[in-house]
Ligand binder design. Structure first.
Ligand SMILES: *[C@@H]1O[C@H](CO)[C@@H](O)[C@H](O)[C@H]1NC(C)=O
Ligand SMILES: *[C@@H]1O[C@H](CO)[C@@H](O)[C@H](O)[C@H]1NC(C)=O
Ligand SMILES: *[C@@H]1O[C@H](CO)[C@@H](O)[C@H](O)[C@H]1NC(C)=O
Ligand SMILES: *[C@@H]1O[C@H](CO)[C@@H](O)[C@H](O)[C@H]1NC(C)=O
Ligand SMILES: *[C@@H]1O[C@H](CO)[C@@H](O)[C@H](O)[C@H]1NC(C)=O
Ligand SMILES: [Cu+2]
Length: 594
């Protein structure tokens, strides 16, 4: 019997563990989870739209964010903890005791303010939080990448991030300190905005898809970075796949490791559908390595946004998400009577990542279904094409059209790897394997007018170009979800081999998003408008690949960074606090640092 088969045969919808034991102080995955909007105490949605007459199709999202003047405050306390999301007990790091972390909710144009208290002890560890996909126009310093925007938040210290929700839709936040987010520091973000091109009845909120490892993250990073001859392995296999932080695990398999830590039937995530109504689900691949193929038995999905970009609605049975990518879908509960139940599935593509138990399940119950019973629905038969690529680029047509302007500069940034002289496997972008200097953030150095960088910081200075086109050739046997901070990339082309130098898909309105998969032995071509002075990471979002150096810093309009004036003094304070911490604790930076 397959692993999944044995899990289903063990399956009872009665969990063997409490919610506190599996997910700490989180309600995600339970029938008690809130629907949205929920947390907006001052909720202008209830009495008219805060974005007024702005529409998704009629206003340029990059220049027309409203300024609501509303501040959404969140307070995050980060501590170590022990939970068993899938029944296998793990030492993790938690935000306010919850896994996944608490949702952040705001309206387009609100200011989000999050204070992060680093209470990680035993042992102490730095941290820094990134807000994935936000433009951070005028607030580059709030982007949260250690060694780029700030020094790590030292244990015992706090840091407040303040930035505007300049785009809207679905995203997530996560630690950008080493591979720390894979140990638990992550959570969803929902930004409400105009959606006149589609309507729905119920916003079910985030659906976190996450490959899960039964080894603490730091141990995995050590294995990834170790010389190959000493047991190094740059491709660790995941142990399970979670939906909203939950899945069962079969403790009788040899992957179970320490069986004293393992409990069967930890409990699956459950969702409630209202019969006849249309539901919005916000899919987020928040994992470490695996590509997710998401589907709901018996139901079509209508795709309405990819990353922070509303798209012309299109229908599909399966959607593919690389790490960091989001897809918002609409699903109508019209495939049976009101006591129906169906499986939600998310499969890790095993042709693209090693996974011991790749297939995640969650239960969807129509209103009158018996929630103590497991669904019995059959999966769509849509075989994995095995390309490790995103779905057809031509389908993703932004609601607000922007054409592909002629670039003022074009640069190749090839992906590759090598084994260094001491035997470790390292990834390179444009020939350099990135390594962070936690004590000397790039942005702080640029502000002082020093544009001479350590070569291992892999800084690409694009000066004052208007539009930059980047060709990423990937002659490696692995696919990579490539993420650019501070921008939506226009994705001009994607495919096997090298780019032919001319082909562009939907040139008058190409797809835009902030993460794009480049397939194994393939390429992608993207461009972005240089309208956001700053230092913007461009990197692979596979945790183990960025640990291995698959990362560059895009430097945009440095003279404008200097002109913009002084950075908040609290940034320099992070370095003072970090220097103080490291004078008595020497952190062992085993990986690239980001
Ligand atoms: C799903 O969509 C396809 C078109 O893409 C259509 O032919 C089919 O009838 C739909 N199925 C359901 C169950 O809605
Ligand atoms: C996911 O995996 C299950 C179990 O192997 C399979 O039945 C199903 O068809 C797969 N779904 C997709 C969309 O590949
Ligand atoms: C090779 O890479 C590993 C991992 O980053 C590092 O610890 C080691 O110092 C590197 N060797 C050399 C000679 O730089
Ligand atoms: C500029 O920064 C580089 C890299 O951090 C450093 O080596 C150099 O000394 C700095 N130059 C000046 C003039 O401060
Ligand atoms: C544009 O970018 C290229 C690097 O691709 C750089 O050499 C050039 O100086 C930049 N041009 C301007 C006007 O800054
Ligand atoms: Cu990668």
């Amino acid at each position: 019997m397959s692993l999944l088969g044995s899990i289903i045969s063990l399956l009872s919808m009665l969990s063997a563990l409490t919610q506190l034991e599996t997910n700490g102080a989180s309600l995600w995955g339970t029938l008690e989870a809130p629907i949205f909007p929920q947390f907006l105490t001052n909720n202008p949605i209830l009495n008219g739209f805060p974005w007024g007459t702005l529409t998704a199709g009629g206003n340029n999202p990059y220049t027309s964010a409203p300024n609501t003047g509303v501040i959404r405050n969140y307070d995050f306390t980060v501590t170590r903890g022990t939970i068993a999301p899938d029944g296998y007990q793990m030492d993790v790091i938690l935000i306010n005791g919850a896994f996944p972390g608490p949702p952040i909710e705001a309206n387009w144009g609100d200011t989000i303010q999050v204070t992060v208290h680093n209470k990680i002890t035993g042992p102490a560890e730095g941290t820094a939080f990134h807000w994935h996909g936000f433009l951070q126009k005028g607030t580059n310093y709030a982007d949260g990448v250690p060694a780029v925007d700030q020094c790590p938040i030292a244990p015992g210290s706090s840091f407040t991030y303040t930035f505007q929700a300049q785009l809207y839709g679905t995203t997530w936040y996560h630690s950008h300190y080493s591979a720390q987010y894979t140990g638990g520091l992550l959570g969803p973000m929902i930004i409400h905005g105009p959606h006149e091109q589609f309507q729905y009845d119920v916003d079910l909120g985030p659906v976190f898809l996450q490959d899960w490892f039964h080894t603490p993250y730091l141990e995995i990073v050590e294995t990834v970075m170790k010389p190959l001859a000493a047991g190094g392995n740059p491709k660790p296999a995941s142990d399970n796949n979670l939906i909203n932080g939950k899945m069962d695990f079969d403790c009788s398999t040899k992957a179970a490791g320490d069986s004293t830590k393992c409990t069967n039937n930890a409990g699956l995530s459950r969702f409630k559908f209202t019969t006849g109504k249309t539901h919005r689900l916000r899919l987020i691949n928040a994992g470490s390595a695996g590509i997710q193929r998401f589907s709901i038995d018996g139901h079509n999905m209508t795709i309405i946004a990819n990353d922070f970009v509303p798209v012309k609605p299109y229908t599909t049975q399966v959607v593919t998400l690389g790490i960091g990518q989001r897809t918002d879908i609409l699903v109508t509960a019209n495939q049976g009577p009101s006591n129906s139940a169906f499986w939600m599935r998310s499969n890790i593509s095993t042709l693209c990542a090693d996974a011991n138990q790749p297939n995640a399940l969650a239960a969807i119950y129509y209103d009158k279904a018996d929630t103590t019973k497991a669904p019995t629905s059959k999966a769509w038969n849509v075989p994995d094409p095995g390309t490790c690529a995103n779905d057809d680029l031509s389908l993703s047509v932004p609601v607000f059209p922007l054409n592909a302007a002629t670039p003022s500069t074009t640069q190749n940034l090839d992906i590759n790897f090598h084994i260094n002289s001491t035997g470790s496997f390292l990834w390179t972008l444009d020939g350099t394997s990135f390594r962070a200097n936690y004590n000397n953030p790039v942005l702080l150095q640029v502000e002082k007018g020093n544009l001479t960088f350590d070569p291992v910081w892999n800084v690409k200075n694009f000066g004052s170009n208007s539009t930059v086109r980047i060709i990423v050739n990937n002659p490696t046997p692995a696919s990579h979800p490539m993420h650019l901070h501070g921008h939506n990339m226009q994705i001009l082309h994607e495919g096997p081999g090298n780019w032919d130098g001319t082909s562009i898909v939907n040139g008058n309105n190409p797809a835009r998003r902030d993460v794009q998969l480049v397939r194994a032995n393939g390429h992608f071509v993207m461009q972005f408008t240089m309208d956001n002075p700053g230092v913007w990471p461009f990197h692979c979002h596979i945790a183990w690949h960025v640990s291995g150096g698959l990362y560059a810093n895009v430097l945009e309009r440095p003279s404008d960074i200097m002109k913009e004036g002084k950075l908040p003094m609290v940034l320099q304070q992070t370095c003072t606090d970090w220097a103080k911490f490291t004078s008595s604790n020497v952190p062992d930076q085993v990986d690239s640092g980001v």
